[in-house]
Design a binder for this molecule. Structure first.
Ligand code: HEM
Length: 491
């Protein structure tokens, strides 16, 4: 079997079948953005690695321009797709039934070493199903948005956001300058962690402790997760003097935070009051770690990108202000009415998705069928990279002809054009929260947090990007590389 595969790889035989025929990416090629796999020099630029798969394909016809594979001796076969119909079909067919796709754990081994292998994020098969039943309902729309609970919950979130933004507001006023230059990402990170630890899990960690101890520890640990994933695969010596002591401290801080989050359970604080399970704390711990690190990372990414895009478009910022200036309570009906805010958030996730690719793996020879009836046969043990970043930026799917605006432009009004054309978001998906059985369980919580931060920020400040353009920095999630560097003024 292995020998047959080796000879097939040597001869360059296409291992895929069906109507959607992927085309081969060669290992070497002159002038390409990068090598088509992570190594010691390019692992910090994963989007460039994915760029390589779609380098110079735009003039081509046929499904091979959106579906590309790498199949070289000594490596598992990799399929990278940016075709929304294929992405959707694979996501729908991911789960614990025989022959369904698994989430590919290879890109997150470092995360698992830091959070535990039995978490909802990392587990596959029956263990994933058990974790989903245990943890996901706490974040569900029905649970979070129960009318009698939601008001109280939304109020504590809103209070936290206002307190932090007031602090920024006072700092600005005290400085006596009309404009000051700040990086917003660190401020956003603290607010997000505070909402999660204190409001959601019912902890009581001070703002200073979160800002000065826990955020630096978590940021260091998340960075370590990325290095650890690639480093072990390449057996590369990534450690430098002093890093181990810092890492030990970061791990200890992370455990302390998980203890605080779990301690609310005993007294039914925060959203624990609605958590009904007799599972012991130890069984919940890896999920708590994933929620702490993952939710901080994803919500900070999402809110940072939203503010970064708005800082480059004053007209949209003002239109958003006109809409939110009278909104004081972010109840589901108010959120539903805030059409501009909604469009800004959708467009942010489309253009700059926090999770830029979704990893899958076949456990058997697998037949994928798209909604329009086309098929793709994927051999067993293939790493399938659902490249959401490139799908959402592909002119063919999201460009002027289909949506009224170029795909690479931040244009919240494109969602109006789509609505006028009668195209629903079910039909045209950006996969910002994934799709199918492994869709993000924190979607409603995350959306509420980000809507609160972005809405409250626009109410208090006007802000203009320092740099005309910004690149994406990609690790576990994507973030604006300049840390959302803006000139800030009071409204
Ligand atoms: C608002 C920002 C967020 C974004 C953009 C986001 C995005 C995503 C995406 C795209 C996935 C699917 C991954 C895949 O299919 O491979 C996912 C899964 C997941 N998310 Fe989120 N997420 C966010 C917030 C949160 C929050 C607040 C939590 C929890 C507190 C959370 C917990 C999870 C977990 C546990 C999974 C794995 C679910 C499973 O595999 O069954 N996320 N997220």
């Amino acid at each position: 079997m292995l020998t047959a595969r080796f000879f097939r790889q040597l001869r360059g035989v296409n291992p895929f079948g069906g109507e959607i025929v992927p085309t081969r990416v060669r290992l070497l090629g002159f002038g390409r953005p990068s090598l088509p796999f992570p190594h010691i020099l390019n692992y910090r630029e994963p989007i460039r690695i994915l760029d390589t798969f779609f380098w110079k394909v735009d003039g081509q016809t046929g499904p091979g321009r959106h579906n590309r594979y790498l199949d070289v001796p000594g490596m598992d076969c990799v399929l990278v797709t940016r075709e929304p119909a294929v992405i959707r079909a694979v996501l729908s067919d991911t789960g614990d039934k025989p022959g369904q796709f698994d989430r590919d754990t290879a890109p997150s081994t470092g995360i698992a070493r830091a959070t535990g292998e039995d978490s909802l994020l990392y587990a596959n098969g029956p263990l994933w199903r058990r974790q989903k039943l245990l943890a996901a309902p706490s974040f569900s729309r029905t649970n979070l948005f129960q009318p009698e609970k939601f008001g109280e919950f939304e109020q504590t979130f809103r209070k936290t956001v206002h307190q932090r933004l007031e602090l920024l507001y006072e700092r600005q006023r005290a400085a006596g300058r009309a404009v000051s230059r700040v990086r917003l990402e660190p401020e956003i990170g603290v607010v997000m962690l505070e909402m999660l630890v204190n409001n959601f899990f019912g902890g009581s960690v001070s703002y200073e402790d979160l800002r000065d101890r826990h955020i630096p520890s978590l940021v260091g640990l998340i960075d370590h997760m990325v290095r650890d994933t690639v480093g072990r695969r390449l057996r590369a010596p990534f450690g430098i003097f002093g890093r181990n002591a810092r890492l030990k401290r970061a791990r200890a801080d992370f455990e302390a935070l998980a203890d605080i989050a779990l301690s609310g359970r005993r007294d039914g604080r925060g959203l624990w009051a609605q958590f009904k399970s007799d599972a012991p704390d130890a069984a919940l711990r890896s999920n708590i770690r994933v929620f702490l690190a993952g939710a901080l990372e994803a919500t900070t990414s999402f809110a940072s990108w939203a503010l970064s895009h708005l800082s480059r478009d004053r007209a949209i910022q003002d239109r958003l202000y006109a809409e939110v200036k009278e909104v004081d309570v972010y109840e589901p009906e108010n959120l539903a009415k805030a059409a501009m805010l909604h469009r800004v958030l959708e467009e942010t996730l489309r253009l700059t998705p926090s999770l830029y690719f979704l990893p899958r793996r076949t456990t058997a020879d697998t037949r994928v069928e798209t909604a329009d009836g086309r098929t793709l046969l994927v051999p067993r043990d293939t790493h399938v990279v659902l490249d959401v970043w490139h799908a959402n930026r592909c002119e063919e799917f999201w460009g002027a002809e289909a949506t009224g605006y170029p795909a690479e432009t931040f244009a919240p009004d494109r969602w109006d054009v789509l609505a006028q054309k009668g195209r629903s978001s079910r039909e045209l998906m950006h996969f910002g929260f994934g799709h199918g059985p492994r869709v993000c369980p924190g979607k409603f919580l995350g959306l509420l947090e980000v809507a609160l931060v972005v809405g409250a920020f626009v109410k208090l400040f006007t802000f203009t990007a320092v740099n005309e353009r910004v690149e994406a920095r990609a690790g576990v999630s994507t973030k604006p590389a300049d840390g959302v560097w803006v000139d800030l003024s009071l409204r």
